[in-house]
Ligand binder design. Structure first.
Ligand code: HEC
Length: 139
């Protein structure tokens, strides 16, 4: 039963990325195309509606120079959130829930107030992996 389910999942994933052949590898070139959705609000080198994302991988959350963050995003950085490809992948499906859980897990539920200004959600697993790989190339 589990095997059968796995087979279905594998086939579904493969169908989504026929042109690459590998469903799970991260592809920064494809991530650049995914990033076009982010560019409504983000650029690598300047703050717009959202903070500049150049160098975001490895950066403490809530610290793009000159950007005014929500308390929720800011507090997450203060509580120790540093962006990695892995946690960006986990954050994108529901940024608000991710940050609230991060603070709650750190014992700072009292600081998990309000909402993040990052209202965009990206559910697709492959797109999240690809865009995280692309973000890591942005300086
Ligand atoms: C509708 C506008 C909008 C879109 C589209 C958007 N974002 Fe954001 N993003 C924001 C805003 C605004 C913030 C600041 C959040 C806050 O202060 O709570 C943010 C914050 C972030 C952060 C945290 C940055 C930090 O310095 O802590 C990351 C990472 C991020 N966005 C990635 C992405 C990615 C990747 C995409 C595309 C898949 C994307 N965003 C699409 C508006 C957007």
């Amino acid at each position: 039963m589990v095997r059968k389910l796995l087979a279905i999942v594998t086939i579904t994933a493969a169908a989504g990325s026929l042109s690459t052949g590998t469903a799970s590898a991260q592809d920064a070139a494809k991530g650049e195309a995914v990033f076009k959705q982010c560019m409504t609000c983000h650029r690598a080198d300047k703050n717009m509606v959202g903070p500049a994302l150049g160098g975001v991988v490895g950066r403490k959350a809530g610290t793009a120079a000159g950007f005014t963050y929500s308390p929720l995003n800011h507090n997450s950085g203060e509580a120790g959130l540093v962006w990695t490809q892995e946690n960006i992948i986990a954050y994108l499906p529901d940024p608000n829930a991710y940050l609230k859980k991060f603070l709650t897990d750190k014992g700072q539920a009292d600081k998990a107030t309000g909402s993040t200004k990052m209202t965009f959600k990206l559910a697709n697993d492959q797109q999240r992996k690809d865009v995280a790989a692309y973000l890591a190339t942005l300086k």
